[in-house]
Design a protein around this ligand. Structure first.
Ligand SMILES: [Mg+2]
Length: 91
């Protein structure tokens, strides 16, 4: 499989891993707070989320590079979205 396709496959895989942890946190919302308490599967969900968000960010960057996407536009879009999220956070 060419590397650009592997990049997209990796992005989909990492998105799935983040989604899995978000699902577990919906079932155990107290584990979203800083705590030593473990999920019944024996893991710390906050640490797992940190790991998988790191993987996801790396996969996003890799996919942007391998597909030659418009990085400047994506940064602009991300900034606009961050401004919107921050406005919601103040409401
Ligand atoms: Mg991962």
């Amino acid at each position: 499989m060419p590397m650009h396709e592997q990049g997209r496959a990796k992005l989909a895989e990492e998105m799935g891993e983040v989604q899995q942890i978000l699902g577990k946190l919906q079932a155990y919302p107290q584990l979203a707070l800083p705590t030593q308490e473990l999920h019944p599967d024996g893991t710390n969900l906050r640490h797992r989320l940190e790991n998988e968000l790191g993987d996801l960010i790396a996969a996003v960057g890799f996919t942007i590079k391998k597909m030659g996407l418009n990085e400047k536009f994506i940064e602009f879009r991300a900034n606009e979205k961050s401004i919107l999220f921050n406005q919601w956070d103040k409401e």
